[in-house]
Design a protein around this ligand. Structure first.
Ligand code: SR1
Ligand code: MG
Length: 408
């Protein structure tokens, strides 16, 4: 089928042709359509019945190129199949934290899904000074359930291998391999630097052989360790919130990879927010900074507790380690695994932080700081934290020690 990008004008007729939408809209003659996509990849439309505003959906369509760059950067539309499958999979595990898919169309590379009317993107809400007491708890639950139930600690080997195949996401993984693990260290043309960021700060990362070897190790882990189905891009722009609820959206980068990548990307974005909000004046920013670090600690601790609880609960059935002769081998294995997962988390967090300062796709908390010297101050802090995460991760005794590194 030739690809056609739906326009706002196409939307009412298209939705009317779908049985799933006949059940959601009472009429199609007063639909308001607006394109709201502010991400890098896709077009996103909100469609609402003017007469009954509660009749509303989101339509997300992938185009055969990277939206933020244009047709010169071709990109598979297959990413929408992965996103739809991942949304359905995550929703089955965490219905309270993932929007519902109403209709998916592989030929048109689009998905029609639940619109979160009363929620907003977490990154923007934090920039506006809003704080949400339950986000960390909710994200910890999302990560624990999505990572545990797709892992070898729950799935039988044949089912796990089928899932790895199903979620093979070559092109989007390549974007991450390039943009997170390679380009920021190589003065690539995809990088962009704040002109006030001193060259010495960039060189300190790019010219450190030990640090680059660590990033190589983490890139290799990303490419080879199919531990669990990851969201693949779990930053604060992939989270929608209101006072009581938290939803995870946009899993087009989903694939089987190392668990620490999801947790690390989330922590990195909380730390980047801490650097950005620290450059703003006022009591509100100080409160946001506190919230960000509290949320980082609660995300890791909540995740680790819930993940190990699920593991213990399903251990007998999965039979992963077989018979526990001395009564300790399961616990010892769990402890060693969680220690390595913590190391991975910190390492991937370091990579994500470097990337958001030196590479393509910045974070608004820092990039929107108008005064370039002030922005450079936030960026230098972020790079220093990243450096420590990468080089000292194995020495960290707890998430609270890591928070001391952030504050240092
Ligand atoms: C070229 S795509 C840039 C970034 O946007 C997504 O959110 C991912 O983080 C990706 O690396
Ligand atoms: Mg996204």
């Amino acid at each position: 089928m030739d690809f056609h990008r739906l326009t706002e004008g196409d939307m009412p007729g298209f939705l009317e042709s779908l049985p799933a939408m006949q059940a959601r809209f009472t009429a199609f003659d007063a639909l308001e359509v607006s394109e709201v996509g502010d991400g890098n990849l896709n077009f996103v439309y909100i469609v609402t019945n003017r007469r009954f505003p509660e009749e509303t959906v989101v339509v997300k369509q992938a185009v055969p190129y990277l939206r933020v760059v244009g047709e010169s950067w071709p990109l598979t539309r297959h990413r929408m199949d992965i996103e739809t499958a991942a949304l359905r999979h995550f929703r089955a595990l965490c219905p309270q934290h993932v929007p519902e898919v109403f209709h998916a169309d592989a030929d048109r590379s689009l998905v029609v899904m639940q619109r979160l009317r009363e929620h907003r993107i977490l990154r923007g809400a934090l920039i506006d000074g809003q704080l949400f007491p339950r986000v960390a708890e909710h994200l910890a639950t999302f990560m624990a359930r999505s990572l545990f139930f797709s892992s070898d600690f729950y799935l039988q080997p044949a089912a796990k291998r089928e899932a790895v195949k199903r979620f093979t996401n070559v092109e989007l993984c390549k974007i991450t391999e390039d943009l997170i693990f390679t380009h920021p260290y190589d003065d690539s043309s995809t990088n962009s630097y704040n002109e006030a960021l001193p060259r010495t700060a960039i060189n300190r990362i790019q010219h450190n052989p030990h640090l680059r070897a660590v990033v190589g190790e983490l890139k290799y882990a990303f490419m080879t360790r199919a531990e669990a189905l990851l969201h693949g891009d779990l930053h604060v722009g992939s989270v929608m919130v209101n006072a009581n609820e938290t939803f995870v959206i946009d899993p087009e980068f989903a694939f089987y990879g190392p668990m620490g990548f999801d947790v690390g990307v989330l922590l990195a974005n909380l730390f980047l927010g801490w650097c950005g909000h620290g450059a703003r004046a006022g009591a509100e920013s100080a409160a946001t900074q506190r919230w960000l670090l509290d949320s980082a600690a609660q995300s890791w601790e909540g995740f680790a507790n819930q993940f190990t609880a699920l593991w213990r609960q399903h251990e007998e059935d999965s039979g992963f380690i077989g018979c526990d002769l001395d009564g300790h081998s399961r616990a010892m294995f769990r402890d060693a695994f969680m220690r390595r997962l913590f190391d991975d988390t910190l390492g991937f967090a370091g990579c994500e932080m470097v990337r958001r300062v030196l590479g393509l796709a910045k974070v608004a908390e820092i990039a929107q700081i108008e005064d370039l010297q002030t922005r450079a101050g936030a960026e230098i802090r972020a790079l220093r934290i990243a450096e420590r995460l990468l080089l000292e991760r194995r020495a960290a005794t707890s998430i609270h020690q890591v928070l001391d590194w952030v504050r240092a």
